[in-house]
Design a protein around this ligand. Structure first.
Ligand SMILES: *[C@@H]1O[C@H](CO)[C@@H](O)[C@H](O)[C@H]1NC(C)=O
Length: 242
């Protein structure tokens, strides 16, 4: 569930302290200064806050309010002002609600760590119910993510991080849980290669809940991922209530 973990995503803003300062703003083209975040994973990232059945109640928490300095890359690959539901038209077969993306962006702006006058560009890519196997290189989801990230780069942005919140669907089958660490490592390596960003930061939220009996296996795999540059962070690791 996304909502109880929002505070942990705020914590990830702290990680961004490590980012270099943004380049000077070109006064006439503020969007060229975009600090871009790729949002990927499953429904935890896509956002189901306020969704009952197939209806979203339309309630937007203050932390998730729109801000002229927060843009999103639309499904048609155009920049527009971001607002909930952030994954509308992206996680297109399901009803989307409030997710962690807007709260993250607002917290980052409030913190001042993105630099004065920064414009944040959110690139929603998450799709509900997806397993890690559906994100490996060669899949549609991977191709879409890379294409959207490249468009973001080509339209005046630099990528701050990939925010990754996924894994519940990999807790059902042993084979998926067992492969999680390897697939995640490959995913990050492939993204770094395909985006030509060897130091691309990936911030993953550790699972707090799962759909099957292998939640602990996936969680341990998340914690155990070792990559050069140490750029995989556990931000939302909490002990599961039993
Ligand atoms: C929506 O469903 C169709 C048909 O099952 C599928 O081909 C497509 O990939 C789905 N799209 C998303 C974003 O889930």
């Amino acid at each position: 569930m996304a909502m109880p973990l929002l505070p942990f995503l705020y914590a990830s803003a702290v990680v961004l302290l490590l980012l270099p300062p943004p380049p000077p703003v070109a006064a006439d083209l503020p969007p060229s200064n975009k600090l871009v975040f790729i949002l990927a994973g499953q429904s935890n990232m896509a956002g189901r806050g306020g969704v009952l059945g197939s209806h979203w109640d339309g309630i937007v928490p203050l932390d998730c309010a729109p801000n002229p300095s927060i843009l999103r890359l639309s499904p048609q690959l155009r920049w527009e002002q971001a607002h909930e539901p952030l994954h509308d038209g992206i996680d297109s077969n399901r009803t989307c609600g409030v997710g962690p993306g807007m709260a993250f962006a607002n917290a980052l702006l409030r913190s001042g760590r993105a630099g004065a006058g920064s414009v944040l560009g959110l690139v929603p890519c998450a799709v509900g119910g997806t397993r890690m196997a559906e994100w490996v290189k060669g899949t549609d989801l991977y191709a879409d993510l890379v294409r959207r990230a490249r468009v973001a780069l080509e339209t005046g942005g630099r990528i701050g991080a990939v925010l990754w919140y996924q894994g519940e669907s990999d807790t059902v089958r042993w084979a998926d849980a067992n492969e999680y660490g390897r697939r995640m490592t490959m995913l990050v390596r492939n993204l770094r290669t395909d985006l030509a960003m060897p130091h691309l930061l990936l911030i993953q939220v550790g699972l707090a809940s799962g759909l099957g009996q292998y939640t602990e296996v996936v969680r341990e795999a998340q914690k155990g991922i070792k990559l050069r540059n140490g750029a995989v962070h556990m931000c939302g690791y909490t002990r599961q209530r039993r």
